[in-house]
Design a protein around this ligand. Structure first.
Ligand code: G6P
Length: 482
């Protein structure tokens, strides 16, 4: 990579740059048949919008199609810098190293990670492409915020050629314990890649501590508290700080939508469409093996079979949005889940009542809020989850203080939503008891728990999250090299 300075790169006038695998826009065709872009609903873009608007902001990311080079474009005050991926990159970098090596490894090897040198080579190549795209647009002393496990080599790649940059990294998924991370044949390169950042943020204290312990064990950095300093012989001189910065949601927006009469009416229709059962339970997940959907369905099936709850009284809506559909483990999971769905409905449904409504779709925000409102109980039973924003959205939609959140202990959200009914999804009997307890919880108890969790989300929303991260990043003296 050549040394680039603002003088060398004519477009290098952006002083705040977000780098993520995906751009925050979706392709659309407008009513006149012309192609265009629509902002995708993700929380990250909502959080960063005010910062993007206040500074000259750019977003570097993949546009979602393969083998297509696109020019930069502006959308809603954000300068979009599309990075292209070939079919081969999709297979080796995205489906391979990101989602069949790192994803399972970082989620406590729920399924065995695969280690292939061709995937690693392509991961390096694509990370370099993202870094080059940043270098094209980064102004002198710009702040660059890199996101997630797909791009862990980017901080070091930037630091090597642009020591003037202030670099932050945020890992949206868990960071594994050093004993598991040790499996990765390229563990040192990944750690050094991350340590090119001034600040590396994690969802939980435990993730941050795992990262720091791995740095100590597998690199030449010396570690003191939350900070790692490179040895004198190491070419990069920056100190890397690790910290927990749990992500959140746009609490006010969700709360506002939950009071919209149209959405409330839609919630009523949803319940009516299910035959107005006494209890509606809801699960909302990407169809991913980390989410514990099979464990949840197993518990539910047993609850119906042993009549802890009467089949005629309950309905579980399970939204499983399509995800990573070409990856083998996801194909297998879909088959397993759909088999279980067939077994449950076949066994327990009647002509007039369904016990399980399985929906393999994704839905717009308004429809999601209507489902949250329609649900008496939300089931989040992840085996491992960086945060789980669905849990937070459900709480934010229940300022009316009704509803019960059943939440896996293995989510980042469990560190904050401590008044949820916490469950261990591996303990099917324990989980069954907790689900029945949730269904039978008194309204006073529901209100007591919901109120406290709601207040937490009012005080800790996604805008506060990005502000706190960026304030900490800004407070680091990036020019004080060791
Ligand atoms: C998780 C990851 C994100 C990712 C998202 C959807 O939340 O942390 O980085 O974008 O899943 O996955 P996908 O593979 O479709 O981008």
């Amino acid at each position: 990579m050549s040394q680039q300075t603002p003088e060398h790169a004519p477009d290098a006038n952006y002083d705040f740059i977000v780098v993520a695998n995906r751009l925050p826009v979706d392709r659309i065709t407008d009513p006149d048949g012309r192609p265009g872009w629509r902002r995708s609903p993700g929380g990250l873009v909502t959080a960063l919008e005010p910062i993007m608007a206040a500074s000259t902001g750019a977003w570097v990311g993949w546009h979602g199609a393969t083998d297509e080079e696109l020019e930069d474009f502006d959308k809603d005050e954000i300068h979009m810098v599309p990075v292209s991926l070939s079919e081969e990159d999709l297979e080796l970098y995205y489906e391979g190293f990101s989602n069949s090596t790192l994803w399972p490894l970082y989620h406590d090897v729920i399924v065995p990670p695969e280690y292939h040198r061709t995937w690693w080579d392509n991961y390096k190549k694509v990370n370099r492409r993202f870094a080059e795209a940043v270098l094209k647009v980064a102004a002198q002393d710009a702040t660059v915020w890199v996101h997630d496990y797909q791009l862990q080599l980017v901080p070091k790649m930037l630091r090597e050629v642009r020591p003037d940059l202030r670099i932050g990294f945020f890992n949206h998924i868990p960071f594994p314990a050093p004993g598991l991370f040790a499996q990765l044949p390229w563990r040192r390169q990944i750690l050094e890649g991350l340590a090119g950042a001034d600040l590396v943020g994690f969802q939980r204290e435990a993730d941050s501590a795992n990262f720091i312990r791995s740095l100590r064990r597998y690199t030449e950095y010396s570690v003191k508290g939350h900070e790692a300093t490179p040895d004198a012989s190491y070419p990069l001189r920056n100190v890397c700080r690790a910290a927990a910065h749990p992500i959140s949601i746009n609490t006010a927006q969700v709360a506002e939508l939950s009071k919209d009469p149209e959405i409330q009416e839609r919630a009523r229709q949803i319940r009516e469409g299910l035959g107005n059962p006494k209890t509606v339970m809801l699960g909302v997940d990407r169809l991913d093996y980390t989410k514990g959907i099979r464990h949840r369905l197993k518990a539910y099936e047993e609850i119906l079979s042993d009549k802890s709850l009467q089949a005629g009284d309950v309905c579980l809506i399970q939204v499983a949005s399509p995800s990573r559909e070409n990856v083998d483990r996801y194909i297998q999971l879909r088959n397993q889940v759909e088999l279980m769905v067939g077994q449950i409905t076949g066994q327990h449904d009647t002509l007039s009542h369904t016990t399980l409504r399985y929906l393999h779709h994704s839905y717009p925000m308004r429809e999601m809020i209507a489902m949250y409102l329609a649900a008496d109980v939300l089931l989040v039973t992840s085996l491992r989850d960086g945060m789980n924003l669905v849990a937070k959205e459900y709480v934010a939609a229940h300022e009316n203080e009704r509803g019960v959140l059943v939440l896996s202990e293995f989510t980042g959200a469990a560190d904050q939503l401590t008044q949820a009914v916490l469950v261990n999804p591996h303990d099917i009997d324990g989980m069954k008891k907790k689900i029945v307890q949730a269904v039978n919880m008194s309204e006073t108890e529901q209100a007591r728990r919901m109120r406290r969790m709601y207040r937490h989300l009012q005080d800790n929303d996604v805008v506060g999250w990005s502000q706190k991260f960026l304030l900490e990043l800004a407070s680091i003296n990036v020019h004080a090299t060791t």
